[in-house]
Design a protein around this ligand. Structure first.
Ligand SMILES: Cc1cc2nc3c(=O)[nH]c(=O)nc-3n(C[C@H](O)[C@H](O)[C@H](O)COP(=O)(O)OP(=O)(O)OC[C@H]3O[C@@H](n4cnc5c(N)ncnc54)[C@H](O)[C@@H]3O)c2cc1C
Length: 586
């Protein structure tokens, strides 16, 4: 699927222009295209290369939000969890969590039990089991690695996990495209275009000017409604309103008065399975500051996170600090003493910035995680949760901005946004179908039967067949079709293939030909997911570029450049391969 920008794009009569192809933008584009709108989806980088790829990857109700009485958000998230389990069974799976309760815990057994009952009540229509309270003995029997010192007992409950959040966004974008949307990655919006309102009415956003970051050149696209769903960059996109004299902030920034987003940074560490590691996900209260954090079995390893700090630095390069890494290591060793993690145990890290509503004071944990579909014409929320951004941003018609929004609630956020877009277009909205129509990889009646059949007929080892099913679901056979008679394309590129690392040559072709990958980093980190293996793909990057050179016509020079660019990009993960070369510190 070679990306081409139509030369007459400025003449296309788009109904909806979506800025940002994270989970929310991709979800909006899919819902809108499925309901018959003419949609353009733009991203300055790859699909899901913003906050979406930096999440803890839980599809969860958010037990801790109950502490802030965000009952509506918890109910919304739990209902969405159930829907995602149905529409993306290959990507979203139930996961059991355990909450150990200690004498020193801020949240004692009574409070935890109350929270669990609330969680079960709010997910009355769920397909996963209810919670269970465990005595100290039961907890230690089931989770022998837990620190017994002061342990009072534990609670277990179920939530969801999407190991490859990136792929949910990718599948939404693919589905949007299949329903007629134009999807352009590496298309950076530089300016919002305005038309005078006349007769004292508000100016109207009529489209955008964007730069093609691959081929160069500036393009114009017009639409009746524009949605700014640029995650932590929402304010930066709005600074393009400065050209209309609406915002008095310097170029590239917006003033505090106008600020909508107040991003907070969260970091994770990834380690190999360790002594005492729990077979379920641990949800633990940190000893240092009482914040809850997760130790999650993920991608054959353990994902531990996260931190939560207000963040004002470079949004395009976010990396874990030594302090954050030490915090996560210390807390894990405290709850599982045999773990004995050290900085050397860390395979890699990753960090992102949550696009939360601007709230300059108070604890980061207390900032709401619910979203707002903000209408710049009224200066108010047109849909979504609590109104925390009233009066922010420029006043104009034809423009919506999304503030907040979790992975978990993306589908509902998209539905609400498209409903609002239809209202703005003055047309009656057909009902959204995204709660029933599976994502492309989930589009099979009986997934278990399909998977069993694929394992028998694919001719792959069980491990590789399982890998393709886990990533591509119902589309796994399409990946193999691209191998044709070329046996080498069915072989893993990695010297030590596992479900997580055994990428085969055909997947590289699939990423570029069918899944809109444009660069090696897109293919490794956000399509084949092999970039999230223990060596962040440094063991397969050259082989993958070799496949592209042989079958996609890359020149030798391009293949080399792509590998160099990839290695530069993954520096932010602080992979062990690179840290060994660092002079000091972690
Ligand atoms: C540490 C951490 C842990 C989290 N864990 C969870 C979790 O476990 N579960 C959960 O439900 N949620 C979680 N979240 C929240 C969730 O990841 C985000 O809220 C969600 O991914 C936001 O998606 P988005 O599409 O709104 O933004 P993004 O994914 O940031 O997408 C915005 C897109 O806009 C693009 N863009 C920016 N500027 C421009 C421009 N000028 N032109 C064109 N495109 C532009 C960017 O390139 C980007 O791709 C977590 C977040 C963080 C940071």
């Amino acid at each position: 699927m070679t990306r081409q920008i139509p030369t007459d794009l400025q003449d296309y009569p788009f109904d909806l222009l979506v800025i940002g192809a994270g989970i929310n933008g991709a979800g909006i584009a899919r819902d809108a295209a499925m309901r018959g709108l003419k949609v353009l989806l733009l991203d300055k980088g790859d699909i899901s290369a913003g906050t979406t790829q930096w999440a803890t990857r839980l599809i969860h109700g958010g037990l801790r939000y109950l502490e802030y009485y965000e009952v509506h958000l918890v109910r919304e998230s739990l209902a969405e969890r159930e829907k995602l389990l149905q529409i993306a069974p290959h990507l979203v799976k139930p996961l059991r969590f355990v909450v150990p309760i200690y004498e020193r815990s801020k949240r004692g057994p009574g409070l935890i039990r109350l929270g669990m009952i609330g969680y079960d009540t709010l997910s009355f229509d769920k397909s996963v089991p209810n919670h269970k309270m465990l005595s100290r003995e039961e907890a230690l029997e089931r989770y022998p690695g837990l620190n017994p010192d002061g342990l009072l007992g534990a609670a277990t409950y179920y939530d969801g996990q999407v190991e490859y959040a990136e792929r949910i966004a990718v599948e939404n974008a693919i589905s949007a495209h299949e329903h007629g949307a134009i999807v352009l990655t590496y298309a950076e919006v530089e300016r919002l275009l305005f038309e005078e309102g006349g007769d004292g009415s508000l100016p109207h956003v009529s489209g955008v000017e964007f730069e093609d970051r691959l081929g160069g050149g500036t393009y114009t696209a017009r639409a009746r409604v524009t949605v700014n769903v640029a995650g932590p960059w929402v304010d930066r996109v709005l600074s393009g309103a400065g050209s209309f004299g609406i915002d008095d902030a310097p170029e590239g920034e917006s003033s505090d008065r106008e600020q909508m987003i107040g991003g907070t940074k969260g970091s994770h560490i990834i380690v190999d399975p360790f002594p005492g590691a729990p077979r379920d996900a641990l949800y633990v209260e940190a000893r240092k500051d009482g914040r809850p954090y997760f130790i999650v079995p993920w991608n054959g390893r353990y994902l531990i996170g996260t931190t939560d700090f207000r963040y004002k630095d470079d949004l395009d390069y976010v990396s874990a600090d030594d302090d954050e890494i030490s915090y996560l290591i210390d807390e894990t060793n405290a709850v599982i003493p045999q773990a004995n993690l050290t900085p050397e145990s860390v395979l890699f890290t990753y960090s992102g910035v949550r696009p939360l509503p601007f709230k300059p004071e108070g604890s980061e944990s207390s900032i709401t995680r619910s979203h707002v579909v903000y209408d710049h014409a009224t200066g108010k929320s047109a849909a979504g949760g609590r109104l925390t951004v009233e009066g922010a941003g420029p006043r104009t018609e034809g423009l919506l901005s999304i503030v907040g929004g979790k992975l978990t609630t993306y589908r509902n956020l998209a539905r609400q946004t498209v409903d609002v877009a239809y209202r703005k277009l003055g047309r009656e909205a057909p009902p959204s179908r995204t709660d029933k129509v599976p994502l492309p990889g989930g589009a099979v009646q009986d997934f278990a039967a399909f998977a069993a059949d694929f394992k028998v007929t694919s001719g792959l080892t069980d491990e590789l067949a399982e890998r393709l099913l886990k990533l591509y679901g119902a589309r796994a056979p399409e990946v193999l079709e691209l191998a044709g008679d070329e046996a080498s394309l069915r072989l893993p590129l990695s010297p030590a293939p596992t479900v997580e690392t055994g990428v085969i040559g055909a997947e590289i072709l699939y990423a570029f030909r069918r899944e809109m990958a444009q660069t090696l980093a897109d293919a490794l980190l956000r399509r084949t997911m092999v970039g999230l293996g223990p060596r962040v793909g440094l063991d397969v990057d050259e082989a993958a570029a070799g496949v592209a050179a042989r079958y996609l016509g890359w020149s030798e020079e391009r293949a080399e450049r792509e590998v160099q660019d990839y290695r530069k990009y993954v520096e932010r993960y602080r992979p062990r391969d690179f840290r060994e070369k660092e002079p000091a510190g972690v």
